[in-house]
Every structure is written in structure tokens, then in C-alpha cells.
Write a protein that binds this ligand. Structure first.
Ligand code: ADP
Ligand code: MG
Length: 500
């Protein structure tokens, strides 16, 4: 659970509201497309424009996504929930109200679990409700005028509200990352933060330990986890300064400016009474039959936390590796295909087969993905796991060649780079053409070892006297004699035999 670290003697309290754009083809109450990036107002139907006489019709696909989310976080999926009008004036909201849910939301309760370092945290959810997105004001290329684009108006949102359970910016960022990964995993949101598909509002207050919650300020629309941490840190120090100077925190909505690293009040915060919520008479209550929930349950993917546990037990991975590999469906599925690839290689056919070691190979596969080739190349190219250009079957073959001692770890890295860029497609022919094959010929290595032993009687003596370092020195000599091409495992093995 939460571990509070005090900042200047104050405890930080954080609750998040996340706006998640649901990945439906059409809008929540109209048939217009939700695709991003079209020319302004080309995806705004009469309903989105709020023309008189139009009526909203609820999109089933949006509700289904809300059900998926509710099931994934162990929440109650309300059998009956109510759409309400949230009234306010803004140019990008032609109806003069936003259709949302207020008193009875579709998803109630639930929790999200995640790790910060190796400490497990749990954040309780208050609710998640369905609502429509607003349009956008465009202040750019209109010769001093502003334009309104209603393409986004009516895009379905799931607003996920957490309890004020977090106690640091790092914890809040980890919670947000987990939520972000989860909605993508569930296939309910594309997760594109640049396009605003996943937005974080962060409520922050501070208090002296043991005191009741302080007054919060809400940092709006953070669209990067990095900014989230920076914004919270700035805000916390600002609030503490205010309190220490004898002023009271006023509830407010603030914006974070990544260029200056500061938060600044945008407006004083409305209370819900200001919005004059009332049930929308244009929409009947949303009724979700138990059979619908059951059907969605049957179609749910294995959840990331469950899969991570399975990776630990079935493949013997560390908790850290299992969590990293289940960070996205693409990563997890690549890993499982790589494991299947390794399993399907018949060790007897390997050039110099060592006994097949299941658990050891799964660990190697994890390590190749997490610490080595795959992660390193993806990071360098700024790509994600969907984009790994090397097929798992080919990577499995490559790994098998290294495990069998045909090539060294460096050789594997070299081949992998060529496969990654597409300069090579066949593992064995590139090993051949680049001369990466290690010497695994027992007779040849024994001959070299005999020479090395004859030339280094002192090391032999030291080894017999119990100095392990002397053994490594002899291995080094043998590797040198073969210009690094000897299979080190074989050199070790044969040298041990020779030394008795
Ligand atoms: P609103 O929708 O008006 O912003 P809510 O009561 O729904 O108000 O709360 C919104 C968010 O603020 C929730 O995520 C909640 O956890 C968080 N929150 C409430 N009180 C505090 C507080 N004192 N400090 C920090 N966060 C808070
Ligand atoms: Mg709010």
C-alpha cells in the first residue's frame, strides 16, 4: 500500500481523473466517424452540431467498452445507469451542455494494482462514467480569429475517477501508466497521448500527517507521464510555500506549462452545483442485462497481472521481467511466440547440441527481449513492440546458434543488427558470410590447449595450487590463440578435463 514520504514535513495527497477516448468507429450519440485528423467539421453530424430537432442515440460499442473496463478492474457494472446534462457555456460545446453521467455511473468501484519499484500499490477507483467529448477551439491559422472544429464533439469518453489514494508524483505516474497500458490491452482505447486519446487530470493537496485532507487544486490535461511528475512536484512545493506564508489554498483548476515547469491557475474551480446537473430527458436509463456482462466476460483477454503471474510460474521469470514483458499485449505475445520458437527447435539438429534446458532458455528469451537485443533496438529507433522487424522464429534460430556455441554473444548481436535492418534474412548464411562461426572442433581446440599448457607451466602450477584466476588466464590464452573464435564453453570444458 501507499508509503508516504514527507516533503518539507507535508504529506502529498493525489487523486486522478482520466479521460479515455473509446476506440469506437462512430461517436457516442451519432453516426459520425471518430477518426483523428480530418479537415475541420467534416465529421460533425447534425447531432454533433446540436441542430434543433436532433436526438442522441447511444452507441452500443461504447457501452461494451465500459463493461470491459469495469470487469477488468473488478468494479460493479451497474445494471442501470443514468445520463445527465452537465450545463456550461463554451464555444466548442454547441448544445450548451455535455451529456455525461452523474449520480449513477455505469462503472462503480474497482481498483488498480501496480508496482512502484518492488512495492505493490493499490489505488481504489470511485467510478468510471460514459460521456461525450467536446469540440476544439483552433487559435492558429485564422488571421487573428479563432475557429471551432466539432470533429471531436461527441467522441465517446470513459472518465475514470480514482480515490485520493496516491501519496507521491511517482506513484501517480505509475498508476496512470498502468491504466494507460490496461485500456490498450483491453482494446478499448488506442492510447495515443499526442492525439489526446488518454488525458490525465491530477488533483493535488498537501497536509501535515494526521490532519484531514487539504484543499486540492486540479492540474488539467497532462498528456505525458514525465510532465505529470514534474507538474506534481512543482505544485506541491507551490502549495507548501502558500501555506508556510500563511495563505490558504483556494480550490482551483490549474494548467502546467512544460516550457517553464510551472503550474498556473486557469480558473477557480466550479462546484458540481454550478453545472446544474439533471437527468437527460432525451436518453432513457442505460440498462445492462446480466447476459450482456456475461458475454463480455467470456470475451475478455487474459489480464496483464494474471499473465505476469503465469510468466513467473510457467517460465520461471523474475517478477520484474514478467512485469516488463506484460507491459503491452504486443510485447507479451512476441515473448510467447519466441518461447514457442525455441521449443520447436529440435536440439539434436543444432550444430553442437547442448542439452535442452527449458527454464534456462525462457530466461534467455526474456533477457534477449528485456535487457538486450529487442529492447535496445526498439529504444534506439523509438519504436514499440508492435514494430519488431525480426520474426520470432528467426530470432529463436539465432538464439539457438548462440546457445549451441556456434556463435558468441557478440556474434549474435551482430547478426541481430543485420536482421533488424533487413540487410540479412537468413541466420546461417550470414554467420557463414561474416565469418562469425566459433571453433567448436574438439580436436582443434585440444591441440591449441596442449600448446597453451606447454607454454604456461606457471599458470598450470598456480591452478593446481588452488588459484582460480590461473584457470581464466589459460582460457584467455586459448581464446587469444584462436583470435577469439574458439567456443568458450568448449574451451572451459576441455581445459578442465586436461587439468584433471
Ligand atoms: P470533481 O469532479 O469536481 O473534480 P470529485 O469529487 O469527483 O470532483 O473529485 C475528483 C478527484 O479529486 C478524485 O480523483 C478524487 O480522488 C480527488 N480528490 C478529492 N479530494 C482530494 C484532495 N483533498 N486531495 C487530492 N485529491 C482529491
Ligand atoms: Mg475534476
Amino acid at each position: 500500500m501507499s508509503t508516504s514520504k514527507l516533503i518539507r514535513g507535508y504529506e502529498v495527497v493525489i487523486g486522478l481523473e482520466n479521460h479515455v477516448q473509446l476506440s469506437t468507429q462512430s461517436k457516442i450519440f451519432s453516426g459520425s466517424s471518430t477518426a483523428f485528423g480530418a479537415a475541420p467539421n467534416t465529421q460533425a453530424s447534425p447531432v454533433d452540431l446540436a441542430l434543433p430537432g436532433t436526438l442522441p442515440v447511444l452507441n452500443r460499442a461504447a457501452v461494451e467498452r465500459a463493461i470491459r473496463f469495469g470487469l477488468a478492474v473488478g468494479a460493479k457494472v451497474a445494471p442501470l445507469s443514468i445520463f445527465a446534462r452537465k450545463n456550461y457555456f463554451y464555444p466548442d460545446l454547441p448544445k450548451g451542455y455535455q451529456i455525461s453521467q452523474f449520480e449513477i455511473p455505469v462503472v462503480q468501484g474497482g481498483a488498480v494494482e501496480f508496482f512502484v519499484g518492488d512495492v505493490k500499490h493499490k489505488v481504489n477507483l470511485t467510478r468510471a462514467h460514459l460521456e461525450e467529448d467536446a469540440g476544439k477551439s483552433l487559435h492558429e491559422d485564422y488571421q487573428g480569429q479563432s475557429g471551432i472544429d466539432l470533429n471531436r464533439a461527441g467522441t465517446p469518453l470513459l472518465e475514470i475517477v480514482s480515490e485520493p489514494d496516491m501519496r507521491s508524483g511517482a506513484e501517480a505516474a505509475e498508476y496512470a501508466k498502468t491504466l494507460h497500458a490496461l485500456v490498450m490491452w483491453l482494446g478499448i482505447c488506442d492510447g495515443n497521448m499526442q492525439e489526446g486519446s488518454f488525458r490525465c487530470d491530477v488533483n493535488v493537496s498537501v497536509r501535515k500527517p494526521g490532519e484531514p485532507f487539504g484543499t486540492r487544486r486540479e492540474i488539467k490535461n497532462l498528456n505525458s507521464f514525465r510532465f505529470l511528475v514534474d507538474a506534481v512536484n512543482y505544485e506541491v512545493n507551490w502549495q507548501i510555500d502558500e501555506i508556510e506564508d500563511g495563505r490558504k489554498i483556494q480550490q482551483a483548476t490549474v494548467l502546467y506549462n512544460p516550457d517553464t515547469g510551472e503550474t498556473r491557475a486557469m480558473r477557480s474551480k466550479e462546484d458540481s452545483a454550478d453545472y446544474r446537473y439533471f437527468p437527460d430527458p432525451d436518453l432513457p436509463p442505460l440498462v445492462i442485462a446480466p447476459e450482456w456482462v456475461e458475454r463480455v466476460k467470456g470475451e475478455m483477454p487474459e489480464l496483464p497481472a494474471v499473465m505476469a503471474k503465469r510468466f513467473e510460474t510457467a517460465y520461471g521469470l523474475s517478477t520484474a521481467d514478467a512485469l516488463l514483458l506484460t507491459g503491452s499485449l504486443a510485447k507479451a505475445s512476441y515473448f510467447e511466440r519466441l518461447v514457442a520458437g525455441l521449443q520447436s527447435i529440435n536440439p539434436a539438429k543444432w550444430a553442437d547440441a547442448y542439452a535442452f534446458d527449458g527454464a534456462g532458455y525462457y530466461g534467455r528469451a526474456a533477457s534477449v527481449m528485456v535487457n538486450q537485443l529487442v529492447a535496445a533496438n526498439l529504444n534506439r529507433d523509438g519504436k514499440s513492440a508492435e514494430d519488431v522487424p525480426v520474426e520470432t522464429g528467426i530470432l529463436a534460430t539465432l538464439m539457438s546458434r548462440q546457445i549451441a556455441g556456434v556463435i558468441s554473444a557478440n556474434g549474435m548481436r551482430e547478426v541481430f543488427s543485420l536482421l533488424w535492418t533487413g540487410e540479412a534474412t537468413d541466420v546461417d548464411s550470414v554467420i557463414e558470410s561474416k565469418g562469425l562461426k566459433q571453433v567448436s572442433d574438439t580436436g582443434a581446440i585440444e591441440a591449441i590447449l596442449d600448446e597453451v599448457l606447454a607454454a604456461n607451466p606457471k599458470s598450470v602450477e598456480e591452478y593446481r595450487a588452488g588459484k582460480d584466476k590461473a584457470f581464466n588466464a589459460l582460457v584467455g590464452q586459448a581464446m587469444k590463440a584462436t583470435k577469439g573464435k574458439a567456443n568458450p564453453a568448449l574451451v572451459n570444458e576441455l581445459l578442465k578435463k586436461k587439468l584433471g
